[in-house]
Design a protein around this ligand. Structure first.
Ligand code: PXG
Length: 290
């Protein structure tokens, strides 16, 4: 059996879903992607994900050969074809097949594929007891080099960070930007709470414009918290009451240890619990039906 993969206009079985060794997505990491989730048969923030995909593509001068509406239909069709209600969807657009050599003008047609499957970033127990996070020596890509707002296929910065974190025995790595301010984690945005304040670094600090981050900001405001996008240092994190990460794949995951320092009580905090609960409610009420 296996999954049905959307690949350049048709559905192929995962065993047959192959792309060329001359695809620049593989040769140079030249392309963009998105990761979405569906909950109970509804796609969460479909429009926002598609808009971000097109923004990423525009930033690297990659023209996606389908419209935003067609892209939405492709995603829905892939979910239907695989009969999935609770899924993780990976949308990838590469520069396409070209010559050896960087020149993207030699790639006439972008490759599009969509995988609808499952994802689990951390074992379930960490959602209850919290993650340990370490600051890694590798700095987040400079916004002037590869802007972290671009969700590109070039994830080596993140992978190096993940390796460093794993080598130090932590579950996640914390990225600082070149000035030493907190940016984000390897595949998640970061939040802290201090009293009634819910704080997260601004995008310009070197973070992805996370769609879960956006939802958390909205929920925080609805809960009456004072939400601020603020430059944060590690000192701010160490002295926070609570800390958690947000991402489509990770959802909301508490952080209870940073660089060996217990955060707050060292246990998942009450605001984190409440925000997580509200986020789950939102994912089950909001969304475009498959
Ligand atoms: N920062 C980075 C660097 C990410 O890659 C997020 C933050 C969270 O953004 P969203 O919009 O998801 O709330 C991400 C998310 C995958 C995969 O394999 C993708 C991400 C993270 C982990 C795995 O598709 N991107």
């Amino acid at each position: 059996m296996g999954l049905w993969i959307y690949l350049d206009g048709r559905f192929v079985n995962e065993k047959q879903a192959k792309i060329s060794v001359f695809d620049h997505g593989l040769l140079y990491g030249d392309g963009v992607f998105e990761g979405l989730r569906t909950y109970g048969g509804k796609v969460f923030r479909l429009k926002e994900h598609i808009e971000r995909l097109f923004r990423s593509a525009r930033a690297i001068m990659l023209e996606i050969p389908v419209s935003m509406e067609e892209m939405a239909n492709i995603i829905i069709k892939t979910l239907k074809k695989n009969n999935l209600k609770d899924a993780y969807v990976r949308v990838v657009i590469t520069r396409g097949i070209g010559d050896l050599g960087l020149d993207p003008r030699k790639c006439p047609k972008p490759t599009i594929f969509v995988i609808a499957s499952k994802i689990k970033l951390y074992p379930q127990e960490y959602y209850e007891k919290g993650l340990s996070v370490v600051t890694i020596a590798t700095r987040r890509n400079l916004t002037e080099s590869i802007n972290p707002a671009i969700k590109s296929l070039n994830y080596l910065n993140n992978i190096l960070a993940k390796i460093e974190a794993t080598n130090s025995g932590a579950m996640e790595g914390l990225f600082l930007n070149n000035e030493g301010y907190v940016a984000e984690c390897t595949g998640e945005n970061i939040f802290i709470t201090v009293g009634n304040n819910l704080l997260t670094p601004p995008i310009f600090a070197g973070a992805l414009d996370g769609i879960t981050r956006d939802a958390v900001i909205q929920l925080g405001k609805e809960m009456g918290l004072n939400v601020e996008e603020k430059l944060l240092t590690r000192y701010d994190l160490y002295n926070a009451d609570e800390c958690f990460l947000s991402g489509t794949a990770a959802e909301i995951v508490p952080v209870t240890l940073i660089d060996g320092r217990k955060i707050g009580s060292g246990k998942i905090g009450n605001l984190t619990k409440k925000i997580r609960e509200k986020f789950h409610q939102l994912t089950h009420t909001d969304g475009i039906p498959i």
